[in-house]
Design a binder for this molecule. Structure first.
Ligand code: TEU
Ligand code: CA
Length: 544
């Protein structure tokens, strides 16, 4: 049918994020790699996903685990070779799995040839970045860095360069047409190799409108000069028109500090910019403006936020965890008595919402935060920098330790647990980051054998979604309920589903609609018909 052949492939896709360093190590050096990913493609196929999003595998000195790229057209030798990458693309293709690559274009590594030439004084390359003189002994402006501290670092020549992330990540100057040419050429290079799209890192901050001082802000002074600027929209529209639209791409942008209205501007279909946007509001539901300062998590707020984004966006990019966030069972579920039930509930919720669902490696096992015993075990540059900032605030070690361990990005970066052996089936060597002791029971091998495991629940849920027009394409409507229970309908032409999510650890009386329970995370005999059990998830069908 014409309609289905012109339909965009990603509209009904389920996307699985791989953080290559932590996925599977093929050669025993303790670092996950591309041959390791290839060896697990059958696993991914069996899980039922349609595409993988690969966190960066480009050449990189690895200060931010690949989000500091030193050569966009080569592969980091820790991860393998260009041949390995081409093999990953072709093997995936044979299995019907698309490959979406991460693209980091707000900044490069300071070890990128462009930056090195700039430091050496080459005038052409100095224009690729932002070099400025200090102002009477002070920094060029008062902007802050996302990783804590200031956004400028002094060079040996006495001037400064801008970096919104670590000092190993100088920001590119998107006012320069040469930068546009270089980066669009890189996009084409990869699309010609057969990849299916990009996840664009921090895309809504790439274009700096000015370098003036910012209004003082406790988290990020300066952001009004670079968030969602008109220049950024222009760039994205040109990427789309001149490059992406020539291929059948899926482009999802990571947008920081984004509100629903601004996200609409970036992703509404008729504006021809991005296909979808990753937002953060639900991730920040328990933070006081900065994620390091936490407040109590309230499911009712979480639900309110999800509902708002469901109502606003054409295609929300739905996710509950990624390589920058703590594990979703720790965040929104329960790691004690209700670990299994809450992991299944979160799975059900994520796959029931309208939009494109993303899962992150290990989420399908119910993996939990790292069990680090101290800051020494951490590897994340953000955690190091924040530790320095907290030191400047004169916080003592025990306090810094508590704050950082519960929030560090390394919580989600511990190696995937394939089996219960010493290296968790991830490596035969010394893993680059500590493996969680709960590999003894949270692992692919044992969960594959258990019919009622979280892993098998994911498989069933993915299968269910694939066969449900209502879940894939149906409308969304929230139904009145106690505020910490999320009830909504998904409705297509001949199917209406009622989705029930009890996000609390107690029984919840609710009103029941519909005719027949067709899916649930509680077995047939355990379920009640008068209330929802702790973390219960169920789908009720109704004829229309
Ligand atoms: O993250 C952008 C970003 O905003 C995060 O740094 C976020 O603020 C932080 O993780 C919350 O703690 C992207 C990548 O996903 C991240 O891994 C990179 O470190 C960052 O960009 C820089 O490229
Ligand atoms: Ca390796």
């Amino acid at each position: 049918m014409a309609a289905s052949s012109t339909k965009k492939w990603w509209k009904n896709a389920i996307i699985y994020q791989i953080y290559p360093r932590s996925f599977c190590d093929s050669n025993g050096d303790g670092i996950g790699d591309i041959p390791g990913i290839i060896s697990k493609l059958p696993y991914l196929k069996d899980l039922g996903i349609d595409a993988i999003w690969l966190s960066p595998v480009y050449s990189s000195p690895g200060y931010d685990n690949g989000y500091d790229i030193s050569d966009y057209k080569n592969i980091n030798p820790e991860f393998g070779t260009m041949e390995d990458m081409e093999r990953l693309i072709s093997r995936s293709k044979r299995l019907g799995i698309k490959v979406v690559m991460d693209l980091v274009i707000n900044h490069t590594s300071d070890e990128h040839e462009w930056f090195q030439k700039a430091l050496a004084g080459d005038p052409k390359y100095r224009e690729y970045y932002y070099f400025r003189d200090g102002k009477g002994g002070r920094l060029p402006n008062n902007w802050g860095s996302f990783f804590g501290g200031r956004a400028w670092t002094k060079t040996d020549n006495g001037d400064y360069y801008l970096h919104l992330f670590s000092k190993k990540q100088p920001d590119l100057n998107w006012h320069n047409p040469d930068v546009y040419k270089e980066i669009t050429d890189i996009m084409q290079f990869w699309l010609d190799k057969g990849i299916a799209g990009f996840r664009c890192d921090v895309i809504n901050i790439i274009y700096k409108e000015s370098l003036a001082d910012g209004k003082r802000h406790f988290a990020l002074t300066g952001k009004e000069h670079y968030l969602n600027t008109d220049g950024c929209h222009d760039l994205i529209r040109r990427f789309n028109e001149e490059v992406w639209s020539k291929y059948k791409t899926f482009i999802v942008g990571e947008a920081v500090f984004i509100t629903p209205d601004k996200a609409k501007l970036l992703s509404d279909e008729d504006r021809k910019e991005l296909d979808a946007v990753f937002f953060f509001e639900h991730m920040d539901v328990d933070s006081r403006g900065i994620k390091w300062f936490k407040k109590k998590y309230h499911p009712s707020k979480f639900i309110k936020i999800l509902d708002k984004w469901q109502e606003t966006l054409d295609v929300p990019a739905n996710y509950l965890e990624n390589h920058d966030q703590i594990r979703s069972v720790n965040h929104f579920g329960n790691t004690g008595k209700y670990w299994e039930k809450s992991a299944k509930l979160l799975c059900g919720l994520n796959f029931s919402l309208r939009g494109v669902p993303f899962i992150y490696e290990g989420e399908e096992l119910g993996m939990t935060n790292g069990d680090f015993s101290g800051l020494r075990e951490l590897r994340d540059i953000e955690s190091f920098n924040i530790n320095q900032s907290l030191k400047r605030l004169l916080l003592v070690h025990s306090v810094r330790r508590r704050i950082i361990l519960r929030t560090t990005r390394d919580n989600a970066r511990t190696p995937v647990q394939w089996d219960s052996s010493e290296g968790a089936g991830f490596t035969t060597g010394q893993p680059w980051l500590k493996i969680n002791a709960n590999k003894s029971y949270i692992n692919v091998e044992s969960e594959s054998q258990d019919e009622n495991s979280i892993l098998n629940f994911y498989k069933k849920m993915i299968e269910f979604r694939k066969n449900s027009q209502a879940l894939q394409e149906g409308s969304y409507r929230r139904i009145a309920s106690p505020s910490d229970v999320y009830i909504f309908t998904r409705e297509s032409t001949d199917e209406r589903l009622y989705i029930y999510c009890n996000l609390t650890s107690i029984n919840r009386a609710v009103e029941f609609y519909g005719d027949k329970v067709i899916f649930s995370n509680y077995g047939d005999n355990e379920r009640e018909d008068f209330y929802l059990k702790p973390y219960e998830y169920r789908i009720v069908a109704s004829n229309i």
